[in-house]
Ligand binder design. Structure first.
Ligand SMILES: [Zn+2]
Length: 271
């Protein structure tokens, strides 16, 4: 498939969470991620943060960040990637080294994923706690992956009150959003807020203060309506932004300005 996207208006887009190293870009689009990114950077997209999911993909994210001035990285081990047979301390040494790279701006994505019964919950919790310890030690924010595990994640985060960060593709309750904001966290919404079956989430969006909200793709996953089910990319964030603006009752330009400034502040990127 040839990559062909034209934005409907001019907006400053900051994609706070993507996986451009995912093989779907190379398999499904002529020219792969390089074609997609160079096209998007000539349009509305100003910055993209690629999230690492294991030691190897974290390395890939850094390599991409070195090639593009507009690309930054986070490094960490995703709860779906932990393995009871892996040497956790060796992985932590690799992650610690990568965290010192100038284009790495947070530790993530880390967290708990109870959607499938694998990996075992106690193993996921062990890696989650170990990475929160590392974030506390190196004083860096974290990117949280929370799938069907809201209660356990909040319980574990209470053990590390010095650590803050962002919940990516937020899906927990309004009460959890309120608690997180109070404790200095940011909330990032994905294309899921455009889905028809996301009425509960839609109610939560405008309760997040405008200085704490960010938006993301989670590309190639979670494409917003009207592209639901297709390969996602940062250009499509204009649909997510339009829905968020509608929920806040402000213009999409104003919403994007806030989301952009928040992301620059969170990831320590100038302007
Ligand atoms: Zn992700």
């Amino acid at each position: 498939m040839k990559f062909d996207f034209t934005p409907s208006r001019e907006l400053p887009i900051f994609d706070t969470h993507a996986h451009y190293n995912d093989p779907r870009f190379e398999c499904e689009i002529d020219g792969g991620k390089d074609e997609v990114l160079s096209d998007l950077f000539s349009q509305n997209v100003r910055y993209v943060v690629n999230a690492g999911c294991c030691v190897a993909s974290s390395c890939d994210c850094i390599a991409m960040a070195e090639r593009y001035p507009q690309v930054y990285a986070t490094v960490g081990v995703h709860p779906g990637e932990v393995d009871p047979d892996d040497d956790m301390e060796a992985a932590m040494e690799d992650i610690r080294t990568m965290l010192a790279h100038e284009k790495v701006r947070a530790l993530g994505e880390i967290g708990l994923d109870y959607h499938y019964d694998d990996p075992p919950r106690d193993v996921q919790k062990m890696w989650f706690r170990r990475q929160l310890e590392l974030a506390r030690e190196v004083k860096m924010p974290v990117v949280i992956h929370d799938r069907d595990a809201h209660g356990d994640i909040m319980d574990i985060l209470r053990e590390y009150p010095e650590v803050t960060g962002v919940f990516h593709s937020f899906s927990a309750s309004g009460e959890i959003a309120r608690q997180l904001v109070k404790r200095g966290w940011y909330i990032s919404f994905s294309g899921v807020i455009t889905f028809k079956n996301a009425a509960r989430l839609a109610q939560i969006v405008p309760t997040v203060p405008l200085d704490r909200v960010m938006i993301e793709t989670d590309a190639p996953y979670l494409a917003p309506v009207p592209y639901r089910g297709k390969i996602n990319h940062s250009g499509l964030m204009e649909y997510t932004a339009a829905r968020a603006a509608e929920l806040y009752g402000i213009t999409v330009e104003e919403f994007c300005r806030h989301a952009y400034e928040n992301a620059c502040r969170f990831f320590g990127i100038g302007e």
